[in-house]
Design a protein around this ligand. Structure first.
Ligand code: SF4
Length: 387
């Protein structure tokens, strides 16, 4: 494999592990106590220096602030993180700098302050334009605030917007879901992500459903609303370029697309993941431990997994089949070998017969009918270490 040796450009992800309140379905790493915010930020500034060699001098093409809730940081705090990155890493031609933001944070004053930062794109956690949904999810904002935040961002000159939407919530009728989708187009938003509500273990939603305090989620409703998503997005001119991501032509998320293409990235902050082309690392998912180890001992706490060529291949199959560009057998032959490409092609035959995958030249592409099962298809096509 020569993926690592062709390393030229990369992305940086910064995880801001704080939220104003806990959404019931969330299993990301965050704390609702802001007590350790200054320490974590100091530690992140130190980590940016400590990781200076991780990307081997690759030019930084994208920067992404995720969380948690990055919009809890002031513009000054964001600029300090940028300054540290710009001082150490070659940021030659920054193509995209995204910040996840919650609607209740995007006031006119805050947006004005952010104009002094390199942030060029927002991913806004709208989830729904209906208050009943937002209440079920225990989001901190209401529908009106979501609307206001989008318009305020556009008025402040931030046109490169993405919003997150969630379908499959028990109170979301098909009509209400269609209205949410129409709103994306009406508001002139070039990109959106749509996720089915999933009930993860150890979340408040999981407990509430178990204790009969919340309505359970119906997978059939989610499947029906995924079909609505496919049809309506297409009618509105959005390309369903990744299972959970849709964009007007050419307005794809660059940072995420690079990630799906297997490009390296460095993750900074508690729980952040990194990938250098050969191995994956993930920082300790504990704010106090993360900050204490860096600030007091000069030590970064992380776990690491060196990928075998087959693990790397399976990751490529999984991520590429989720995209409209598909799984490229030529890429596999080039980066692994011809036999491996033939094995992957062979494993796709059963799904080609079901019309869940089409093959054009050397590309395997999941069909509309197969999209709902993309992850299952990919995992059934995985090669095992002995093959
Ligand atoms: S704001 Fe985002 S990260 Fe924070 S709890 Fe809600 S879903 Fe999770």
């Amino acid at each position: 494999m020569n993926t690592a040796s062709s390393l030229k450009t990369a992305g940086i992800y910064l995880h801001i592990p704080f939220c104003r309140q806990a959404c019931v379905y969330c299993n990301f790493h965050f704390s609702t106590s802001l007590k350790s915010k200054d320490d974590v930020l100091h530690a992140m500034l130190r980590e940016i220096e400590m990781q200076r060699n991780y990307l081997g001098g690759a030019a930084i093409e994208t920067i992404y602030f995720g969380g948690g809730t990055p919009s809890l940081l002031s513009a000054d705090e964001i600029n300090r993180l940028f300054d540290a990155i710009y001082k150490i890493y070659p940021v030659v031609d920054l193509k995209e700098c995204t910040m996840e933001a919650n609607p209740d944070d995007l006031s006119k004053q805050y947006l004005h302050a952010l104009q002094s930062t390199p942030v060029s794109r927002f991913s806004i956690g709208v989830q729904s334009f209906h208050d009943t949904d937002l209440l079920y999810m225990k989001r901190a904002h209401n529908a009106q605030e979501a609307d206001y935040a989008i318009k305020a961002a556009q008025d402040a000159g931030f046109d490169n917007l993405s919003i997150d939407l969630i379908y499959g919530t028990p109170g979301l009728s098909d009509t209400a879901w269609k209205q949410n989708l129409s709103k994306v187009r009406e508001l002139g938003i070039p990109h959106f992500s749509a996720y089915a509500l999933t009930v993860e273990d150890k979340t408040a939603l999981h407990n509430a459903i178990k204790n009969k305090k919340a309505t359970p989620v119906d997978p059939e409703q989610a499947a029906g609303q995924f079909e609505i998503l496919e049809q309506q997005a297409d009618a509105m001119g959005y390309e369903h370029y990744e299972i959970s991501n849709l964009a007007l032509p050419g307005r794809y998320a660059i940072h995420n697309t690079n990630y799906w293409r297997g490009m390296p990235y460095l993750g900074i902050g508690p729980s952040a993941h990194s990938f250098d082309g050969k191995s994956r690392r993930w920082n300790v998912a504990n704010n106090a431990l993360y900050a204490k180890n860096i600030l007091q001992e000069g030590k970064l706490l992380y776990e690491e997994e060196i990928l075998t060529p087959i693990q790397h291949l399976n990751e490529y199959v999984m991520t590429s089949l989720r995209t409209m560009w598909g799984c490229d057998l030529g890429h596999i032959a080039h980066n692994w070998d011809d036999t491996t490409a033939t094995e992957v092609e062979k494993n796709s035959h059963i799904f080609q017969e079901k019309k869940w995958i089409t093959q054009t030249e050397k590309k395997l592409i999941v069909t509309e009918a197969g999209k709902l099962f993309a992850d299952r298809i990919a995992s059934e096509m995985f090669l095992s270490e002995s093959e």
